[in-house]
Design a protein around this ligand. Structure first.
Ligand code: 5GP
Ligand code: MG
Ligand code: MG
Length: 184
């Protein structure tokens, strides 16, 4: 039996719950292996889309982990200029700390570039980037370096597992494409 959501809203499931959990466990293992066992890692989740991913990823990272969050927003209509506003800053002092930025999706890369530049000024010991999804076709910001990438996806607008359309669908446990009529 299909759910109401699947019947009426889901055009295509791109990544199901099982694929997500398998890949996220792999990423956690990879991250654990890349740091020294006693390295403290400040995971910086980018609100709000990154929270599901960060919660699941962190359970697979066998290191001392601290949680912190940032909220950023792109100025409407100035996407190409890369103007990004910090709405919520970190609570932690990251000087000499290992920072792992946890993002839901990298599209043009502008948001990420801004966040990395912003955090660099505080002299962390390291900054690495982990994203669940990547749309490589859309990248305009070539300087951003992504250390961990869950899935490369085509240039489609996706929702679910943290990602929203008008703040909805974040709680859906898989990544999907909405039916076109939902946007109308
Ligand atoms: P960028 O600055 O890399 O162009 O944009 C990144 C942000 O745009 C993401 O963190 C996310 O909030 C939003 N975004 C980009 N692509 C998608 C998508 O396919 N679905 C959703 N829900 N948000 C997206
Ligand atoms: Mg995001
Ligand atoms: Mg959004």
């Amino acid at each position: 039996m299909k759910t109401e959501l699947e019947d009426n809203k889901v055009d295509e499931i791109l990544i199901n719950a099982e694929q997500l959990s398998k890949r996220i466990a792999e990423l956690g293992t990879e991250i654990t292996a890349d740091y020294d066992a006693d390295d403290e890692v400040v995971m910086v989740g980018i609100l709000r889309g990154g929270i599901m991913f960060m919660a699941d990823l962190a359970r697979h990272v066998d290191l001392p982990v601290i949680f912190d969050f940032m909220d950023v927003s792109s100025y409407e209509g100035t996407e190409s200029s890369g103007v990004v506003r910090v709405i919520k800053d970190l609570e932690e002092n990251i000087e000499n700390k290992n920072v792992l930025i946890v993002e839901d999706i990298i599209d043009t890369g502008l948001t990420l570039k801004h966040v990395v530049d912003f955090l660099e000024t505080r002299d962390p010991a390291s900054i690495r980037v982990c994203t669940l999804l990547d749309k490589p076709e859309r990248r305009t910001e070539k300087q951003v370096e992504v250390d961990y990438n869950g899935f490369e996806i085509p240039d489609k607008f996706v929702v679910g597992y943290g990602l929203d359309y008008n703040e909805k669908y974040r709680n859906v446990p898989y990544i999907f494409v909405l039916k076109p009529e939902v946007y109308e």
